[in-house]
Design a protein around this ligand. Structure first.
Ligand SMILES: [Fe+2]
Length: 279
């Protein structure tokens, strides 16, 4: 198995089930893959066996969608235990979750909902991140989410809230540059102001994806190529933070694997552009 310390600041691809046979058969030249943790919580079976085989040849990142980090429900220790078991098996380079909530009163919603950006929510979610990091015995990456509404009670700009989460807990950030662009358009803020507020040392991974602009606001669908405005914002993010592992996420209307490789090649070319790092 490739050591997890060999994780590169290169462009990777979010591996989805329909592409697994292709990857197993052809072992394409991809720097690393990311998978959704919850898809591998079973005790065994073909999916987990395939992941073992892929992990033998590629660095992997585990990306969770079900922890409901920001919820007021108690943390789901059964869920955490399954994640711990998967981490022990796969030895992923990175483990990430979302800065969101998706359950209330024991009922789970199939969405990653934004938090009210208040001092109270900040204290709450930081305590939960502390608890998760303690349970995992390792650093967690926390991802900024896309949103279409905001809480009237919010008192803290999203970028300050995200930065404070990293500063207070020592967690790392999975900065989704597409989500920053989507929220900047939907809520009318300056995406560069967001980037400027994020501590560079905390950024351990970047996500890129496509959105749907056909309605009254941008919808983060993960079902389209990365938009030109997002490539431009990504270029500015890399200029500010330096090269970071960057993932192409595509979940809906999944294209041929070669399309994802092309998107990853574009990200890789940006990562390799000569630049003078901002102080
Ligand atoms: Fe993302």
């Amino acid at each position: 198995m490739i050591s997890r310390s060999a994780f590169p600041a290169a462009a990777g691809i979010g591996l989805r089930t329909p592409h697994v046979p292709h990857v197993l058969d052809t072992r394409p030249p991809v720097a690393w893959f990311e998978v959704h943790s919850e898809n591998y919580y079973a005790d065994g079976g073909p999916a987990l066996a395939a992941l073992d085989r892929i992990r033998a040849d590629y660095p992997l990142s585990l990306h969770g969608v079900g922890m409901s980090l920001g919820s007021t429900d108690p943390l789901d220790h059964g869920h955490l235990a399954k994640l711990v078991r998967l981490i022990e098996r796969i030895d992923p380079a990175l483990v990430s979750e979302h800065l969101c909530w998706s359950s209330v009163g024991g009922r789970h919603l199939n969405d990653l909902l934004p938090l009210p950006y208040t001092d109270e929510a900040l204290v709450h979610v930081c305590a939960r991140i502390d608890e998760v990091q303690e349970s995992l015995g390792r650093e967690l990456l926390v991802e900024n989410v896309s949103s279409y509404v905001a809480f009237a009670e919010a008192t803290i700009p999203e970028w300050e809230f995200v930065a404070a989460v990293a500063t207070r807990t020592g967690c790392k950030l999975l900065l989704d540059v597409n989500n920053i662009h989507v929220n900047a358009v939907n809520h009318g803020f300056d995406a560069d102001r967001y980037l400027a507020a994020i501590p560079a040392a905390a950024v351990a991974e970047i996500h890129l994806a496509g959105f749907d602009a056909s309605g009254p606001c941008l919808i983060d669908t993960h079902g389209a190529p990365v938009a030109p405005e997002v490539w431009a914002l990504y270029r500015r993010a890399i200029a500010r933070f330096g090269p970071r592992p960057t993932l192409i996420e595509w979940d809906v209307d999944l294209p041929a694997f070669a399309v994802l490789q092309d998107e990853a090649a574009t990200a890789q070319a940006i990562l390799e552009e000569p630049r003078a790092l901002a102080a």
